[in-house]
Design a protein around this ligand. Structure first.
Ligand SMILES: Nc1nc2c(ncn2[C@@H]2O[C@H](COP(=O)(O)OP(=O)(O)OP(=O)(O)O)[C@@H](O)[C@H]2O)c(=O)[nH]1
Ligand SMILES: [Mg+2]
Length: 440
């Protein structure tokens, strides 16, 4: 009996996509590869892939009726109950497709790429905020696609694409839906207030904030773990991380930075997900520096970089100082190395190659971070008379990086890197400081 349950858990599915006259067939295949990985992460298995070339999509069922029939037979003959479209479908299209595919046979469920991604988010949401965000996105996107199928759904016992945090009320009718959405929005607003308070206190601390941003599975959590021993879950799954984690990292030379691991990006990230997860995604917006982490061993590295950059711009973080970090270099083959040189981050961009897993290149990464932080700062030698030791404490409390302190007979010699503001406070201790001439 138990074994039977396990077999049922591993839902097998047929994946479907179309190539319209505006699509690149190659891109469609790559997106389907990713859909397979998403399904795998959700605990399912791909049985077959069907791609239809169709210059104009059919408004009723997206694909043509002949293709629907073919997929229906494929499913009915092989005991497949789940069909996943790699394209977003309207609630009506889902309904029509389910009716047509099921015919007189077994009931077949249809979901789309966004529903699958939401499903994974539902599985991985851990914090209260994450759960609220997922439920809101599900109610706004998935629920309208299930409305009216309450009885069917409970008979099927839910499944991939319909799982929600806290057995979410996806089958509720429209009136309940609206009320629940409003309640969730109110709750989220409360939680977001907390996030803002936390952010404000981090801002006040004046420690540079760095967001590790990148495509899902690029190794963001692994990097935070390697640099800070954060101990966050890092695994070969898509969207393993939903909640941002921040840790302090002290660089050589004494400066500290706050590093934040963030939720991953993916192509065609559903818009309702972006809006529900805005406060989480916005970690990047509030960072001073962005580490754009890329999986250099992935043949899709270049495309993934473009997706990340356009999402960053969309979030309003496109213009931040950025460091391109090519990760997983331990996996680079000669062939990939060739491809790597073809990837161009852009003229004059800062680039570093690392392996977050082995730690290779991480020292160089830290040096580059330090360089960016020090931009606009100067390294100065201050001579502070013993009677004015308060100035030294001040230097420490302003988080200037103090590199050398040498106690002399009547003064202290301090070498520190300071920004303009701190220099302004300390300039009288700089023997080279020349006060601007005043005109009388
Ligand atoms: N070979 C190799 N594997 C790595 C490296 N960095 C990360 N990985 C692996 O890549 C997989 C994903 O790593 P994560 O750190 O979870 O990636 P992430 O970017 O946090 O992913 P999400 O949170 O799911 O978006 C894990 O199996 C890691 O062990 C690396 O430098 N080399
Ligand atoms: Mg992660």
């Amino acid at each position: 009996m138990k074994e039977q349950n396990q077999v049922e858990l591993k839902a097998r599915a047929v994946l479907v996509s179309i190539v319209t006259r505006n699509d690149d067939a190659d891109e469609v295949e790559k997106s389907l590869d990713e859909l397979e990985r998403l399904l795998d992460t959700a605990g399912g298995e791909t049985f077959a892939r069907v791609v239809q070339g169709k210059s104009v999509p059919d408004p009723r069922t997206l694909i043509g009726s002949g293709k629907v029939k073919e997929i229906s037979e494929l499913c009915q003959n092989n005991d497949i109950r789940l069909v996943i479209f790699d394209v977003d479908l309207s609630p009506i299209q889902i309904r029509n497709l389910e009716d047509d595919l099921s015919g007189d046979g077994d009931r077949i469920r249809v979901i789309d790429r966004s529903m699958l991604i939401l499903d994974i988010f539902a599985l991985h949401a851990a914090s209260a905020e994450g759960k609220l965000q997922v439920e809101l996105a599900q109610l706004q996107y998935t629920a309208p696609r299930l409305v009216g199928r309450g009885a069917e759904m409970s008979r099927l016992g839910g499944g991939i694409g319909t799982r929600g945090p806290g057995e979410s009320k996806l089958e509720s009718d429209r009136r309940h839906l609206k009320r629940r959405i409003d309640a969730l929005k109110a709750e989220l607003a409360e939680v977001e207030k907390n996030r803002r308070t936390m952010r404000a206190s981090r801002d006040r601390s004046d420690i540079p904030q760095i967001a590790i941003v990148g495509y899902t599975n690029a190794g963001k959590s692994t990097l935070l773990n390697t640099l800070t021993g954060a101990g966050i879950l890092a695994e070969d799954k898509l969207f393993a991380t939903l909640d941002p984690t921040t840790r302090k990292l002290t660089l050589e030379g004494g400066e500290s930075v706050l590093l934040t691991d963030t939720v991953g990006f993916i192509r065609n990230l559903p818009h309702h997900l972006i809006s529900a997860f805005r406060s989480t995604l916005e970690e990047a917006v509030y960072a001073d520096i962005i580490l754009l982490l890329l999986d250099a061993s992935d043949p899709e590295c270049q495309a993934q970089m473009e997706v990340c950059e356009s999402l960053l711009s969309e979030l309003g973080a496109g213009e931040k100082p950025k460091l391109y970090v090519f990760n997983k270099c331990d996996r680079m083959t000669d062939e990939l190395s060739g491809a790597r040189t073809a990837i161009k981050a852009g003229e004059g961009d800062r680039i570093v190659y690392i392996s977050a897993l082995t730690g290779e290149g991480c020292d160089e990464l830290c040096l580059q971070i330090r360089d960016i932080i020090r931009e606009g700062k100067r390294r100065v030698t201050f001579i502070i008379p013993n009677a004015e030791q308060g100035a030294l404490s001040r230097l420490y409390s302003e988080k200037a990086s103090v590199e050398e302190v040498e106690y002399g007979y009547d003064s202290v010699r301090v070498v520190a890197t300071v920004d303009d503001r701190v220099y302004g406070l300390m300039k009288k201790y700089d023997p080279d400081y020349k006060a601007p001439k005043e005109d009388f």
